[in-house]
Design a binder for this molecule. Sequence first.
Ligand code: GAP
Length: 530
Amino acid sequence: MVAPSFFYLCPQTNVLMASHDDLLKNIISHSKEYGFIFPSSEIYDGLSATYDYGQYGKELKNNIEEYWWKAMVRVHDNIVGIDSAIFMHPTVWKASGHVDAFNDPLIDNKDSKKRYRADVLIEEHIEKIRAKINKEIEKAAKRFGDAFNLNQFLTTNPRVIEYNRQIEEIEHRMKTALETGDLQALKQLILDLEIVDPVSGTRNWTDVRQFNLMFATELGSVSGEASIIYLRPETAQGTYVNFLNVQRSGRMKIPFGICQIGKAFRNEIIARQFIFRMREFEQMEMQFFVRPGEEMEWYEYWKNNRMKWHRNLGMGDARYRFHNHIKLAHYANAACDIEFEFPMGFKELEGIHSRTDFDLKAHEQYSGRKQQYFDPELNQSYIPYVVETAIGLDRMFMSVLSASYKEEKLEDGSERTVLSIPPQLAPVKVAVLPLVKKDGMPEKALEIFHQLKLEVNSQYDDKDAIGRRYRRQDAIGTPYCITVDNETLENNTVTIRERDSMKQERLDIHNIIQVVKEKVDIIPLLKKLM
Ligand code: GAP
């Protein structure tokens, strides 16, 4: 049977999924209905691109943070964590380059009055050419069957060669324009590529302008230039200004790392696609301080380490890929993204940046205080180089939801929506359910629940038929359900139901805590990173 066009076959799971647009819509409404994410200030019609995390969302967020934090500070003996203030001395942002260079190139369409990032319009155009290459590959693979040789095809097919040449040329022109700040050249590229506004369908573009992404406010009651203060656009600077505090108080030896989890704020030109791009979001960042000249080795180390951290969750290796930056940020000498296949396609999930000594050197210049480390092995002082790993907690959250959300048709003809969240991250680990609300079953189930709830996040539920209760737990991603039935009262055994397979096994009551804890334990995941 041919699938209708509003469905597609997920290559990772072989499950028939809603189309990409529908998938995102379904995830958004599911997140609200089941207490993961609510639009902010909804009773006042919400605030654009701002969201609140609900009761299950907060638990999932906590679990992602725990997995990241422990993978950094427990797995690595030379990494510690801090929590710096959101407000910082305004000169920090002058020194870091954010006041002068933390800009996005902005372009408006005069007909639709919509605003876009010029570089994103061009990148989307490149993606369309890439999609054409993939179509050619698909067609050829079908035509040649087992004899298909991808490498040979890519290097000899005239259409593919031409598409790749176009991509290379566009990337080159965009890179040059961005690096030299030539906004006219950027606009010319958009015109030459005949890029149209997706809303109005016209090419009636304004000139490209630079737009600073930092939110500014005023400190205290005195207004004026001197009191301007910024909401931090990254946590990294709070780490840099504490580099020597941590190094000295912790007697840290290079190489060592400092990590942080905290809020960051950016006045994004277009904030959209749910929690993918927001103006207030949370970052999990780690700055790794190394000897000058050793940064590329560590850059490779952290690229691999971070990819392993993601794939470790078992959400499908093919959903991740590296993407090298075309335009390097003002502080970097190498940078790449780990991209994830979101419902909108492959997009940045995490950045890995070799930031050189740019930040510490700038803080030394602007503060007049030395930011140097005395290396006892080399018997010399230097400003360390930095390799950074930076991931958005909200984006990570969205990647987990995207990979986990499934609408399934079951063998008996019924349907269920299930979040197959990795058990270690699931908000609720286990639900305890009496089969029926009589015959002493609720009492026994409550007894088990009270023993479990301090060990792992647990729920007790005795409302509605058992099938409906299983569906409710599936919908919030609870990996295990314990059911108390007639047999429990006779021989002290319960059933344990696994969410994804829906298989049930019998288990002695005394083994419940140990069995559940083993299944949801984060330690085996961390061990794989050692
Ligand atoms: N300290 C380096 C830094 O901030 P970045 O690539 O700009 O680097 C790091 O940001 C990560 O923060 C991104 O990979 C993304 O996951 C997340 N992020 C950035 N802007 C975001 C936004 N507007 N909304 C949600 N997450 C965002």
